[in-house]
Design a protein around this ligand. Structure first.
Ligand SMILES: [Zn+2]
Length: 151
């Protein structure tokens, strides 16, 4: 697949002396929300649904490859944590909310998966990865500076 174009915003001055900004619609990754470049025909399938473009995303490509290799992945968010916890419970894996002090208050900031030496901690936005042999790793969320980067 050919690389996406990434047209920068263009500011021009119109006949009335006003500044007009012309933008090209951008496609955001459906895995992490980072901008991938200009939206084009590849972004919509024959039924009008948005396509899965995570393989184009530097951050999400490793996850796509892990899934292809038979791993199960979950994105951890405050909305998904109870479902992730339930899924892990079904697999017989111990998981527990991970608490930390934030602005002087103890609150849940993620999920601790497993027990003992092998435990891993996923924070909001991270992905929990269960490998075919049953061990877990965490795929970190993109650094805040990368979020929404358009360069
Ligand atoms: Zn992504």
């Amino acid at each position: 697949m050919k690389p996406r174009t990434n047209t920068p915003d263009c500011v021009t001055t119109n006949d009335e002396g006003r500044e007009v900004t012309t933008i090209t619609l951008k496609r955001a990754c459906n895995g992490c929300g980072q901008h991938l470049g200009d939206a084009d025909n590849r972004d919509v399938d024959d039924h009008g649904n948005l396509t899965d473009v995570r393989a184009e995303c530097d951050h999400c490509r490793p996850l796509v490859e892990l899934e292809a290799a038979g791993c199960k992945t979950w994105e951890l968010t405050p909305r998904s944590i109870s479902r992730v916890d339930w899924d892990l419970d079904q697999l017989g894996v111990y998981a527990k909310g991970y608490w930390q002090e934030v602005d002087g208050k103890l609150q849940v900031v993620g999920l601790r998966v497993g027990s003992g030496e092998d435990r891993v901690v996923a924070f909001w936005g991270d992905w929990v990865v269960r490998h075919p042999d049953g061990h877990f790793t965490v795929h970190k969320a993109p650094a805040p500076a990368e979020q929404g980067a358009t360069a």
